[in-house]
Design a protein. Structure first.
Length: 198
């Protein structure tokens, strides 16, 4: 079985797809989550409402998310193609199918990661920022010299969780890419391949 598996081109393609999916989702997802957390930590009105809105995709069923995004990415009547005024096959083009799935994965995870990072940011003592302001540090300097180092333990946890989620992605690809899709081999992850082979 192992000889057959390691000799299979489909196995190596699925392994690369899983790694590529991580490359697409993890850095962008972490960046957007941190940006969202910093913005939610600022003094804005209806902060609780914004938190709920950003967290909402995490509590929606993955099947519902996949169905909505399949409609958005539809080549004939999808919203994205209507906006750009072109007919792009997002989910059937082998080069675009995995990035399209990555967009959905990032969109659905940013809110959860942002809430975790926000809790880490809010645990930072305000005295650090007050001292930095008195020393003439700008907001950007405060972010890189206070916020980022102090939130790094939470950032590390979020990074590990996002890596694990990206490596074991299955349900999103299963629901967005049909069995008859010509781009299936360009989208299937290791978990999806294991499911098909089993």
């Amino acid at each position: 079985n192992y000889v057959q598996m390691f000799g299979s081109k489909e196995f190596w393609k699925a392994t690369w797809n899983s790694i590529y999916f991580c490359i697409l989702t993890v850095p962008l997802g972490i960046f957007l989550s941190l940006l969202t957390a910093v913005l939610l930590n600022a003094k804005i009105r209806a902060k609780a409402a914004f938190r709920a809105i950003y967290f909402l995709p995490m509590v929606v069923a993955p099947a519902a998310i996949a169905m909505v995004w399949k409609w958005i990415f539809n080549a004939e009547y999808g919203i994205i193609n209507q906006v750009i005024g072109s007919r792009v096959n997002w989910l059937t083009n082998p080069k675009l199918v995995l990035p399209a799935c990555a967009v959905v994965a990032v969109w659905s995870a940013v809110g959860y990661d942002a809430v975790l990072l926000l809790s880490g940011i809010q645990n930072i003592s305000k005295s650090y920022y007050e001292a930095a302001s008195l020393d003439g540090a700008s907001k950007v300097e405060q972010f890189f010299k206070i916020t980022l180092p102090m939130v790094s333990p939470t950032l590390f946890v979020v990074l590990i969780m996002r890596l694990m989620a990206s490596l074991k992605v299955y349900d999103l690809i299963y629901m967005m890419v049909d069995q008859t899709n010509p781009a299936l081999t360009s989208a299937q992850s290791l978990m999806y391949l294991f499911y098909r082979e089993s």
